[in-house]
Design a protein around this ligand. Structure first.
Ligand code: SF4
Length: 271
């Protein structure tokens, strides 16, 4: 009988990096980590730098396979990033969870298309089948337990939550990483994700103005398309106004909101 694949869905953030360290220390059994890169023009550039500078060399040094996958169009074989998908001419559907004028996030297909499907495809390619499903570890920590079990499992996959089994909180995950002599990675997500907290947007405007400008341009592009379709405007924040106005320049402090950045449920984006 073929040995079942034991893999971990790697997002490049704190929880998945701690899982990589735990696997390297043989405290959890995951010899394969799969990183689905949504696109070099879409992921947080800090995450991509961290993956290249720290995660990949660390994995290689400790005998863990860290493989990076991208969305490849099945019909044409062409690679496509989420940003390309959102801005290509003729693209009408909203793939990301943009906010309606009442602040509520719309439905999204980005997580499924750019993360879940790509990881699943890689596991199938490696031989996962409904008869011999691959185990996939998801990096949800105890403080995010509400994000577990939201996922519809494919027949060739079996989802497990090793950080929950170990009772680790996000702060414990950061300690695991620091104890291994590694810096703690930044939060991983698309830089334009409408799930960002207002503080995250504010940090982006202050510290990464070019990225903030790109986020504004994306929001404007989506609304140009909405205008052509005769539809209401949508926003990247929940304030019902354009990002440039919702996150004013030069504001240093914003109130804390309890809405989490990590609403990208099932842990496939923010881990
Ligand atoms: S981080 Fe946000 S925009 Fe990116 S794939 Fe996840 S939900 Fe979609």
């Amino acid at each position: 009988m073929t040995t079942a694949i034991r893999s971990f869905s790697f997002g490049g953030g704190v929880q998945s990096m701690s899982a990589l360290v735990l696997a390297a220390e043989r405290r959890i059994d995951f010899p394969l980590f799969v990183f689905s890169n949504v696109g070099d023009d879409s992921e947080n550039p800090g995450t991509l730098r961290y993956v290249e500078e720290y995660a990949k060399p660390y994995a290689a040094e400790h005998g863990i396979e860290l493989v990076e996958v991208h969305r490849v169009m099945q019909r044409t074989g062409e690679s496509r990033t989420l940003m390309q998908d959102l801005t290509r001419p003729g693209s009408k559907s909203l793939k990301i969870p943009v906010r309606m004028s009442n602040g509520a996030p719309g439905t999204r297909s980005c997580t499924a298309t750019y993360k879940i499907e790509q990881v699943g495809r890689e596991l199938k390619r490696r031989g996962a089948t409904p008869e011999n499903p691959a185990t996939i570890g998801i990096g949800i920590s105890v403080d995010e337990i509400h994000r577990a079990n939201n996922r519809i499992t494919e027949p060739h996959e079996r989802i497990v939550y090793p950080l929950l089994d170990l009772g680790l909180r996000r702060t414990d995950c950061a300690r695991v990483i620091r104890d291994a002599g590694l810096p703690v990675p930044p939060k991983s997500s698309c830089f334009f994700c409408p799930f960002h907290r207002p503080e995250t947007w504010h940090d982006q405007r202050r510290n990464e103005p070019e990225l903030f400008e790109k986020s504004c341009q994306l929001e404007e592009h989506l609304n140009q398309v909405r205008d052509e379709l005769g539809k209401d405007h949508v926003y990247l924040t929940r304030f019902g106004k354009p990002l440039r106005e919702a996150i004013p320049d030069g504001v240093d402090l914003l109130p804390m909101f309890d809405e989490a950045d990590g609403l990208c449920d099932s842990g496939w984006c923010m881990t």
